[in-house]
Design a binder for this molecule. Sequence first.
Ligand code: G16
Length: 543
Amino acid sequence: MNVRRVPTTPIEGQKPGTSGLRKKTAVFMEPGYLENFVQSVFDAVGGLDGKTLTVGGDGRYFNERAIQTILRMAAANGAARVLVGRDGLLSTPAASAVIRARKTDGGLILSASHNPAGEDGDFGIKYNIPSGGPAPESVTDAIYRRSLEVGEYRILDAGDVDLSAAGTRTLGGTCVEVFDPVAIHAGIMRRLFDFDAIRALFASGFTMRFDAMHAVTGPYAKAVLEDELGAPPGTVLNGEPRPDFGGGHPDPNPVHAGALVDLMMRPGAPDFAAASDGDGDRNMILGRGTYVTPSDSLAVLAANATLAPGYAGGLSGIARSMPTSRAADRVAARLGIPAFETPTGWKFFGTLLDAGLATLCGEESAGTGSGHVREKDGLWAVLFWLNILARRRESVHEILAAHWAGHGRDYYSRHDYEGVDRAAAEALLADLRGRLAELPGRRHGPLSVAAADDFSYRDPVDGSIARGQGVRIFFEENPRAVFRLSGTGTAGATLRVYLERFEDASGALGLDPQEALAPVIAAAAEIAGIHVRLGRTAPDVRT
Ligand code: G16
């Protein structure tokens, strides 16, 4: 068999520091584009000779074509073995689990997460390191630098590998092992959670809906919830992965999973509902008549963690991204364990998990996870909630109300202004950064600014420093507003404004969050000049 050397296409726009590459599918399909990134990864990690790689994706359009290309390139680059999920499917947390369990030399994960899929949608790829986590900046920067000079890629002249059934195949000198994408992850879930208690919960008539949004989690959720835990067939909705995700936008938030939220707010709603995203790392948790914010979900999981066998020994610490509400910090304080505040991006949790400093991690962007893998894990969060519900035998609403009564409530909402002009959004942030020193002391309605900064983080394990991670405005009366630009969109820019206010346990705990936050919403808009600079009077999404 022949190895060809083919010129690559420069990969315009891959930013140093980003975990991977997300672009329109059509861009990825340009000859040499995907190949540039893949060859750059292989070169940046010191070559693939004799190494083992994990490969899989969320099943979106171009997933299998991309995997066939990667397999031929891995073979041409001398890989000893490539592990591929059957049909090319592998959720992001399952990929992390496989990299760790099989000790592979990292992996390539094909996904643009929650972004819509299809020929007109988005595609993405990222490299995860041998610990199973997203590559840190030192590695992504090396990949980026290599992509600028790579020039050509190596590929084997060979046909497609059959990915439709488990088993081993040979491609040049490389062994391609096709495996069941669900088994390793399901085995971990079985060890962490009290499956007998959850089985008894379903047997008692407890009702649930899990919306897989036609993305990768359908097979995982069916295998675990319906086949193993005895949830009735039909519990998993939209469980067949489709290349275009059924035309939907698989981001589990109250807008894009609006049908599920509506179902849960109607009389006769099931006891519990959840949704996951395109690649299975995000989650949304709902009870009858109740939406649980991701920030509260992290806090509730942490406060109840010892109910799950995998966490019965307690937690070493809790980590959250900076824009996530401070609810988890209150739990950490009560438990007498450290709380960490990291920049947005799951990769920042990796060092804390590796060092055993944190057990649970979470982000406002619907991500929660633990040291069992090095990615956030949607189905894990759902099973954790089921474990707690099975042991406490209270409703989601009762558990949340009891949590607030014990810890106080962090009212929280994120406002997204999507698809805005990039230059205008960048100017808004630059202007805020330039005025940080002038803001303290200013009054905005009933609130006055106590402090303002641009978040910097020094990793307590490796000492690396990340600057410019988001503008924080603290008000004297305790609310906080945070501004940052999304790093995951592919069109224009998205301004995210994160708003929160704490009410202690003796205060009003049952308010509507948008009403409770009205003064800080108004102050944030005024301080940043959102309406004037972006020409928008209301956000597109409120979480
Ligand atoms: C990715 C990262 C998350 C991060 C999110 C932020 O999520 O893995 O850790 O919280 O981006 O997104 P943005 O920059 O748009 O606010 P995912 O699920 O897209 O991989």
